[in-house]
Design a protein. Sequence first.
Length: 239
Amino acid sequence: MKIQDSIALVTGANRGLGEQFARELVAAGAAKVYAGARDPGKVTVPGVVPVAVDITDPESVRAVADLAQDVTLLVNNAGSTTRADVLTAGLDSFRTEFETHVLGTLAMCRAFAPALGRNGGGAIVNVLSVLSWLSVTASAGYAAAKSAEWSVTNSLRLALAEQGTQVTALHVSYMATDMAAGVAGPKADPVAVARAALDGVEAGLHEVLADDASRQAQAALAEGPGALYPQLSGRPGLI
């Protein structure tokens, strides 16, 4: 999959990582970049085609898929966080996380799979998280949804392999974006993260681990909960 001359659609392209994906795609020579947002008037990236899409609205998903039949690269970046903690948050917050990250992403992949197949296979990037592998009590709803989205991404990779569609998962911890504005500590540069993801697509990678936290969490999976959650033994957590 080559980024140059590709025709891409990025969801959540009006800010944060999605905006940087759109900018990097234009800079890398994509032939067309659809920049999706609930309010396309908020898209400010020069050289893109703003389009309306709400990934939690089936009619909106169908409409954008009908419009962008030429897409060869789908970047599922749109997301949200309710900061739903595990013990006291309302279950509606958990439902919102799953409607967005799991069902919304799945709906986009299903809607665009036929066009990707007709256009030679192409690629999908699903923006996941270090929290696909590691949970925190204060954002348990987001972590649970991202873990489920990781599982769905693996299933999609298998299901779409026959039509030649590459599926790349991007894992990253906190980034210097609005979503993590109130978080202290190290944050990845969203420009570098977008570039790493697109480089991973061109390299044919199944997963892109964009920061040290994601690499540490993946490595700890095989060692069990004690390695993933050192705070159980009184030591600092991975994030």
